[in-house]
Structure formats: structure tokens, C-alpha cells
Design a protein around this ligand. Structure first.
Ligand SMILES: Nc1ncnc2c1ncn2[C@@H]1O[C@H](COP(=O)(O)OP(=O)(O)OP(=O)(O)O)[C@@H](O)[C@H]1O
Ligand SMILES: [Mg+2]
Length: 246
């Protein structure tokens, strides 16, 4: 369970998250959608402790984050690294390590898992993302979609309580988007808690249980995905969805 209470985030005198309160239940797959600059990435980054904030609190993975950044939240941030996985638009794999090498990095160095056990698990995870045949491939030998699937396997290797994904398919060639969405669909089916910033309305509607629309640092809509996407209440959402549908 993740709970955000009265979260406020500012850059100088600009408020980019404005008093947001929201709860995410275990096993829920939630899409965060909305126009550019609405605060989607900032919210995820606050949840993952990558960004300090000015007001409110965040309960995540049994830890509590308060304003004050690394100084005030040192212990919670360390614990969070083990409990929450993050996948970005750009996968940022280690260029000089193979797929397996990338996946075992954190379990071995952060959790102290043996190389043998971590490698066994890495191979299972590669199988889960449909890449068992690419275990020894280096990032430059893989397509963007394959690299992103390795990045997802890498995040899963820490057995996260939740996976946060920020536009995981938007840097991919259109024909590669489907394979990453398929992996996310499988993970959703397995009951993994996921928060996904996405522009893939079909994924949001058909796979995520719940969709939030962020605009101007506030949650404009929040409800079952199909309802939010097919019957949005606000004009601003209608305009955004009309545009997103192209
Ligand atoms: N480091 C920063 N310094 C100042 N302003 C920032 C910074 N990072 C983000 N912002 C501002 O915060 C607001 C929210 O940005 P955010 O990246 O969360 O939007 P987003 O919803 O993810 O947009 P997009 O769909 O374009 O990725 C924007 O107005 C942005 O300009
Ligand atoms: Mg963003």
C-alpha cells in the first residue's frame, strides 16, 4: 500500500504538486495520464525518493518520507531502494555488462545475494520478459524494446513491493512498443503493484485497474480506467483525451 498525504512540491515559487492526497492498494495497476507538465514524473520521483518535497508525507513500502530530502530521510531512502523499483523512459543499462550482469548487479551489491543465486534468478526473470535467449547479450547488441525488458527484469530482481514506470514505451520504435506492453500486461496479471505514467491509452484502459489524470499538479480525475477514459468528467480531460486519440 502506498499513501500520499497532502503532498506539495515546488520549484522556486512554482507549485508543481499541489496538495495531492491519494492511496494505491497492493496489487493495483494504476495509470497516470495527462498533459505535459502536469506533474506525472514529479509525483513518481517523489514516491521513489528521487525528489525532495516541501509539504505532506509519503508512506511507501512500510517507510515514511517527509520533506527534508536525504538529510532527514536517510534511513527510509536506503530501505526504499530495496523495496520500490523504477523503470524510466531511457533504460540506462550498464553498457559494459551483459543482460544477466545488469540484472544481478543490485541483488549482489545491495542485498548481498551470492552471484550463483542471483544469476539463477536473473535467468528466470529473463524468461519472464521473453528474453531467455539473450542472457549474454550486451546492451548495444539489443533492440530498444529488448533493453527495456532487461531494465524491467533488473527492477524485478530486487523483488520490489511496487514498480514505478515513467513512460516505459515512449522512447521505443512503434513496432517495439507491443512487446514491452505485453510484459507489463503479464506482470499486472501476476498481481504486481504498478504505477505507470503512460501515453498508451489502450494499455491504460484495458490493463490498468485505475487511471488518474494529473493536470497542473492536481488529480483531475481518479477512477476505474474505462470510466475515466471513456467518460471523463472534466473538459480539460476530454480535450486531452481527444488529442491523445489523435
Ligand atoms: N528540475 C526542475 N526545475 C524546475 N521546474 C521543473 C523541474 N522539473 C520539472 N519541473 C516543472 O514541473 C512541472 C511538472 O513536470 P513533470 O516533469 O512532472 O511533468 P509531466 O507530467 O511528467 O510531463 P511530461 O508528460 O512532459 O513528461 C512542469 O511545469 C515542469 O516544467
Ligand atoms: Mg514526465
Amino acid at each position: 500500500m502506498i499513501e500520499v498525504r497532502k503532498l506539495k512540491k515546488t520549484y522556486g515559487d512554482r507549485t508543481v504538486i499541489d496538495d495531492v492526497s491519494v492511496r494505491f492498494e497492493k496489487g493495483q495497476v494504476v495509470s497516470l495520464i495527462g498533459p505535459s507538465g502536469g506533474g506525472k514524473s514529479t509525483l513518481l520521483r517523489c514516491l521513489n525518493g528521487l525528489e525532495d518535497f516541501q509539504g505532506g508525507e509519503i508512506h511507501i513500502g512500510g517507510e515514511v518520507l517527509h520533506p527534508g530530502g536525504a538529510v532527514r530521510n536517510k534511513r527510509a531512502l536506503l530501505a526504499l531502494r530495496r523495496k520500490v523499483g523504477m523503470v524510466f523512459q531511457q533504460w540506462n543499462l550498464f553498457a559494459h555488462r551483459t543482460a544477466v550482469g545488469n540484472i544481478i548487479e543490485a541483488p549482489v551489491h545491495v542485498k548481498g545475494v551470492s552471484i550463483e543465486a542471483a544469476t539463477r534468478r536473473a535467468k528466470e526473470l529473463l524468461d519472464r520478459v521473453g528474453l531467455s535467449h539473450r542472457a549474454t547479450a550486451y546492451p548495444h547488441e539489443m533492440s530498444g524494446g529488448e533493453q527495456q525488458r532487461v531494465a524491467i527484469a533488473r527492477a524485478l530482481a530486487m523483488d520490489p513491493e511496487a514498480l514505478l514506470l515513467d513512460e516505459p514505451t515512449s522512447a521505443l520504435d512503434p513496432e517495439r512498443v507491443g512487446e514491452v506492453l505485453d510484459v507489463m500486461r503479464t506482470l499486472a496479471g501476476d498481481g504486481l503493484t504498478m504505477l505507470v505514467v503512460t501515453h498508451e491509452m489502450k494499455f491504460a484502459r484495458d490493463v490498468s485497474h485505475r487511471t488518474l489524470v494529473l493536470h497542473g499538479g492536481t488529480i483531475l480525475e481518479d477512477g476505474p480506467s474505462q470510466e475515466v477514459i471513456e467518460n471523463p468528467r472534466h473538459e480539460r480531460t476530454k480535450a486531452f483525451l481527444g488529442h491523445a486519440r489523435g
